[in-house]
Design a protein around this ligand. Structure first.
Ligand SMILES: [Zn+2]
Length: 414
């Protein structure tokens, strides 16, 4: 075990961290520092946020390259590629990087999480929730996984900050009980992959962080993270985590995970993230919020989440409000488009048509509620209204033609 004096030069600068309490992470810090500096990364302090970062000594970036410090997505200043790299090209490159080194591909888990600490699966590492939380037996082999993930905490950023989404594919290598040397080897492989697909390592910064976290009711978890910032865009993280157990000694988890769509964006440099996520016609109309809502609710419904009042169903319902309005005609084609994307990575329990039916029924229900509210607010009770007067009132009311049509239909159903 390393001594405090020896680790001093490689501690990520962060006034909140008391290094004494991260004794269990000394070795991983030291080993990754050694590997990175051997590969001509230098350890610096960001003049803007005062935090530590690594950059390639030959091509200094000058800041930690986070969006806060870079101020913008610098990579979008570079010319777009002539030929688009497809998601198939990327998955092929990832698969060949890791399959050849003995990584097993694991099937992702259903996003309806029932084992761990979150309502939905938010990252690939949760595939081991049963081993971590229930202390089931561990297979220490390294694995590769493409995990559809849902992170609702990004919801406010969708539509205001480009590059954010409430659902994405988290592509990751995972290994329980990996030792420090193995974790550093995995980090190296990811670097090989990144430069192999044309992302120049000199354009990256790696930002280290020490963190104590709580997963659900589980605490005492410590992580050493290296964040991969690519010219302003965070595209992945490499985590080495130690997790206390009740019935056995503490275990470790090597988890290096990237946003697949963000990798695609970084490579292709489309002017906007949602052009990568598609469909292009909607992206060109700046319909990010709608697209994100369709995309995430498609994943939820196809995975078996039913709109309702329970914990998961109410989240679906909340997001479906973005398209479940009288101003918007429900678009089953977008549901099918995203269904196809998700089913490329996971076995969805519901069929595409069934998924679209569920979401359409939910959108219709919301529209009906809206119609009733409008009628009520305007004192137009269904049974007493004279339809001709109603029509005039409606046209004078500033409602959209869609809303008026829906009200008419509602009244004609009497
Ligand atoms: Zn900074």
């Amino acid at each position: 075990m390393l001594e405090r004096e020896n680790i001093q030069g490689v501690i990520p600068r962060d006034p909140e961290n008391n290094i004494e309490s991260f004794h269990g992470l000394y070795e991983i810090m030291e080993r990754s520092h050694e590997r990175l500096t051997t590969n001509e990364w230098e350890f610096c302090t960001c003049p803007s946020c005062q935090q530590s970062f690594y950059q390639k000594a030959k091509t200094p970036v000058g800041s930690c390259n986070s969006i806060e410090c870079a101020g913008r997505y610098e990579f979008l200043q570079q010319p777009r590629r002539r030929l688009n790299v497809s998601v198939e090209d990327i998955t092929e490159a990832i698969n060949s990087t890791f399959a050849e080194s003995g990584f097993h591909t694991l099937q992702p888990v259903n996003i309806k999480n029932s084992n761990g600490s979150t309502i939905f699966i938010g990252n690939a590492g949760q595939i081991f929730d049963r081993q971590i939380f229930r202390e089931e037996s561990i297979n220490p082999n390294p694995s590769l996984i493409y995990q559809p993930a849902i992170r609702l905490q990004s919801q406010d950023k969708v539509g205001t900050t480009d590059g954010f989404a409430t659902s994405f594919v988290n592509v990751a290598t995972e290994q329980l009980e990996a030792n420090e040397a193995q974790h550093v080897e995995i980090l190296d492989k990811w670097m090989d992959f990144l430069s192999g697909i044309g992302l120049y390592l000199g354009d990256f910064t790696l930002k280290p962080k020490l963190e104590k976290t709580t997963w659900g009711a589980k605490d005492g978890i410590e992580t050493y993270t290296l964040k991969f910032n690519y010219k302003g865009l965070e595209i992945g993280v490499s985590n080495y985590t130690t997790i206390p157990q009740k019935t056995r000694p503490e275990i470790s988890q090597s988890d290096t995970a990237f946003g697949l769509e963000r990798i695609l964006w970084a490579i292709n440099k489309n002017s906007r993230y949602y052009e990568v996520v598609g469909p292009l016609t909607n992206a060109l109309r700046n319909e990010d919020v709608l697209m994100d809502a369709y995309r995430t609710t498609t994943l939820m419904a196809a995975s078996g989440v039913h709109p309702g009042t329970d914990e998961q169903g109410s989240k679906l319902r909340n997001i479906a409000h973005k398209y479940g309005t009288l101003d918007h005609d429900f678009k089953p084609d977008i549901v099918k488009y995203y269904y196809k994307w998700w089913s490329g990575f996971t076995q969805l329990p519901l069929e595409a048509n069934h998924t679209a039916q569920i979401l359409r029924a939910e959108a219709d229900r919301m529209c009906n509620t809206q119609v009733k509210r409008i009628l009520h607010d305007r004192g137009l009770s269904r049974s007493h209204s004279d339809k001709k007067t109603l029509s005039t009132d409606l046209f004078a009311s500033g409602l959209s033609s869609n809303q008026i049509d829906a009200l008419r239909e509602e009244l004609s159903n009497e």
